[in-house]
Ligand binder design. Structure first.
Ligand code: SF4
Length: 86
């Protein structure tokens, strides 16, 4: 799973609260998770983020394919780059 997690560019956009309208439209807010270092954009509790009660979820390929709340430019949402000759 290390290769998968290496895709993340640590932009931190997914670590801001979202506001969801009744029709499901999702709006990002400027309110960060309390564990996000807003300067480095790194999670201060990354290795125990799933246990601290903030609703953090582990991003897997299956989950990423099914969620709407990750930003369009999230590295996990980009098509895979082809390796080899150009
Ligand atoms: S939005 Fe995507 S690329 Fe940015 S920190 Fe979150 S998972 Fe990583």
């Amino acid at each position: 799973m290390a290769d998968w997690e290496d895709l993340c560019n640590r932009c931190g956009q997914c670590c801001f609260e979202k506001w969801v309208e009744e029709d499901g439209t999702i709006h990002p807010t400027s309110i960060p998770c309390r564990f996000l270092d807003i300067v480095s954009r790194e999670c201060k509790v990354y290795h125990k983020r799933l246990d601290v009660g903030e609703g953090c979820v582990k991003l897997t390929p299956k989950l990423v394919a099914g969620v709407q709340w990750l930003p369009e430019d999230c590295a996990y949402r980009q098509p895979p780059q082809k390796k080899g000759r150009r």
